[in-house]
Write a protein that binds this ligand. Sequence first.
Ligand SMILES: Cc1cc2nc3c(=O)[nH]c(=O)nc-3n(C[C@H](O)[C@H](O)[C@H](O)COP(=O)(O)OP(=O)(O)OC[C@H]3O[C@@H](n4cnc5c(N)ncnc54)[C@H](O)[C@@H]3O)c2cc1C
Length: 449
Amino acid sequence: MTTVAVIGGGIGGISVALALRQLAPDSEVMIFEASDRIGGKLATISVGKTRVEAGADSFIVRDPALIEVLERTGLASELIEPRVFGGLVSLDGHLAPLPTGTIFGVPGSLRAVAAAPLSARGKARAAAGLLRPGSLRGPDVAVGKWVTEHLGDEVLERLVDPILAGTRAGDVNEMSLAAALPTVNAAARKRAPLLTTLKAPKVRPRFLTHRDGMSAMAEALAHASGATIRTSSTVTSVEAQGAGYLVSTGSETIRVDGVAICLGAAQAAALVEGVAPLAAGLLKEMRSASVAAVAFSWSKAVELPSGSSGILIPSSNAETLSAATWWSLKWPHTGDDFVIRAFVGRAGHHRALDLDDEALASAALDDLKRHLPHLVTPENYSVSRWPSGMPVYPIGHHEHLARFEAALGRTPGLVVTSAAFRGSGIPDVYLQATSAAARLLGGLRPARR
Ligand SMILES: Cc1cc2nc3c(=O)[nH]c(=O)nc-3n(C[C@H](O)[C@H](O)[C@H](O)COP(=O)(O)OP(=O)(O)OC[C@H]3O[C@@H](n4cnc5c(N)ncnc54)[C@H](O)[C@@H]3O)c2cc1C
C-alpha cells in the first residue's frame, strides 16, 4: 500500500488528500498539521454574538472542479451566497460604486467604462484602449505599467489598484501582469482589439460560503478525504531514503513513499532544503505580504451605504485600512451582533502590523470612521493576523516558478503546492493541489502506485 505524508492542513493539504483518495483509493494518507485545528486560513471565530471568518470568508464560483468535489462530498447543499454584493471605492473623499464587468478593475466593455468612477478624460482614454489590440509583446511587465500605458492612469489608480491592493495586498507597480491577471495578460498579447479578447464576465461573479463557516467546510472535506489527521504535529524535516522519504516531527520519524508539502513558500523552503537545496533557494526568493483582519462588533445595527458589501481603499489614500466588509449585511445568518470586518496590510507597508492588537484595531477604526463618520465605538473586536499570509507575485513570477519546478523535478514522489505559485484564491489552491497529487503518484515507482 502506498503511504503519503501531506504536510499542512489548509485547503491545499486537504485538497491533495481528496485527490489522492480519488486517484489511488488504496493509499494511506496522513495530514500533518502544526496547529491544533485543520483548515489553515479557513478559520471561523466569534466576535461578540456573531460568527465571523478570521481568514477567507467565501470562494468564487468559477471552476467546476471545486464545485464537483463539494457535490460529491455532500457539501453543496450547505453552501450559501452573500445577501448583498457590490464594492464601493473611496475616491476624492466619497464612496463610489465599482462597476460590474471588469477583471480586477480592468473594464471588459464600453458599458463598464461608462459606469466606472472615471473623469470624462479617463473614460475616453480607457475606451480608446479597449478599441485597440493589447500591444503587449516580450517579457512579463508590471500590472501598473501595462494598465497605465494601455488604458490610462485613472483605470489604474481608481479601479485596478484599489481592488488588487485591497484583496491581494499587492503593489501594482511591482506585481506581475502574467501572474496576477492571467486573463488580461493573455488578451493583451493578442492582435485583436481588447474589447473582443478580454471576455470580462457580463454578470457579477458568484461567491459561496459554508452556512456554518469555512472551518466547517474544511473539516467536512478533510473527513471526506479519509486521511488520518494529525493536528499539533509540526513537520521539522523531510529527507530522502531509498525510493521514499523520512518525515520527522519533534517526536517521531515515519517512512513514507510520497510527500506533498502544502505550505507558504518560506515554510515549504525549510522542508525542501534537505532534499532539493536548489529548489529551496528559489522558494526562499518568493515574496509575500503580512495581513490582518480586524472584526468589530456592535449590539445594534450600524448605518451603512445601502446595496453595498464593503469598501476598497486605493494605495494613494495612505490609510492603515486596505478594505472593509459589511459582514452582517453580507452574511446576516451569522449572529445577532452587527459586524464590520476591516483589512490591514499592503506589500511594502508593514508599520501598522507592528502595532499591538489594541493599537492596530484603533488605527483601523479611525480609518473606518473617515468613511463612516457616524460610526460609534464598537463593543468588541478581534484581530486575526496572517504573517506572510498573502503571496505577492512579482514581475517574472512564472519564469521563477518554472526554474523552481525544474529544480524540484529531480525529487520523484515529492511535490510542493502552494498559494505562492499560481493563484491564492481557494479554487486556485484546490486546482494546483489536485494536479500536485497526480504528479506525486506519477513520480512513485510502479510497484508503489
Ligand atoms: C485574510 C485573508 C482573507 C482571504 N480571503 C479569501 C477569500 O475570501 N476567498 C478566497 O478564495 N481566498 C481568500 N484568501 C486566500 C486563501 O484563504 C488562501 O490562499 C488559502 O486558504 C491558502 O491555503 P493553503 O492550504 O495553501 O495554506 P494555509 O491555509 O496557510 O495552510 C497551511 C497550513 O500548514 C500548517 N503548517 C505550517 N507549517 C507546518 C509544518 N511545518 N508542519 C505541519 N503543518 C504546518 C499551518 O498551520 C496551516 O494550517 C484569504 C487569505 C487571507 C490571509
